[in-house]
Design a protein around this ligand. Sequence first.
Ligand code: ADP
Length: 260
Amino acid sequence: EVTGTTIPALTGDDEAWALFVLHDITKQKKLEAVRKEFVANVSHELRTPLSIIKGYAETLVDGHVDMPEADRDRFLRTIERHAERLNSLIEDLLTLSRLESANAGLRREPVAFTKLLATILDDYRARPAAAGRRLGHDFDPAIGELQLDPLKITQALENLLDNALKYTPPTALVQVSARRAGAGMIEVAVRDNGPGIPAADLPHIFERFYRVDKGRSRDKGGTGLGLSIVKHIVQLHGGQVRAESTEGQGSVFYFTLPEK
Ligand code: ADP
């Protein structure tokens, strides 16, 4: 889209150049639109818990002296919960913006990959929130050392495990596997047999703030940023993410990493 300009008839090289410029303008407009939408989303996401905190705090300050203690406790706990939500949001936003900044440095080092995965799973099993959960693994012993940033890869896998916990019933089975996928890539899969993701939502779930069910995600402490953080971390490493899901049967989240 070009505003207020008439484009003269062009031939040959001129035409190619004009197409290039047009393409560039369209790309810039798209970027700008994405940025605007992001800012609008952030404002909305921050405002919602803030206004809840404000409302409950005002009610408490207005001093309903005869307010039953149970109600006061409930109000205070609501305030606390929404303050925590604000905190997770800000933390996730900072993580994303660090990952997106031009000098998002990866601290790469040689890492025995399946050992790292096993440690992450053990730490995970030790968490109270994961108590009683069935978490299996299956690692190809031929996988050796990879050059990666262990803290960031840990965060990526933890985000996927967190989701498996949040969105599947306690009886669900979660399986983490790692295999050599050919073309010099390692592929990690996090599989669950939970409720799955509707086909219409699946192409969008790695987008910032995209949730299949906003209410459910918020209740579980989700920010809508977890999967986009995973995507950024994996892409910085030169890998890719994707997801497969069948409603009623479960979901599989994949990421790849280069072997060298
Ligand atoms: P959130 O903070 O909402 O969990 P994510 O970016 O981590 O944000 O995930 C985006 C959405 O994808 C979630 O809100 C949820 O609807 C869906 N989702 C993610 N993982 C799973 C899963 N294992 N099973 C079903 N739905 C999932």
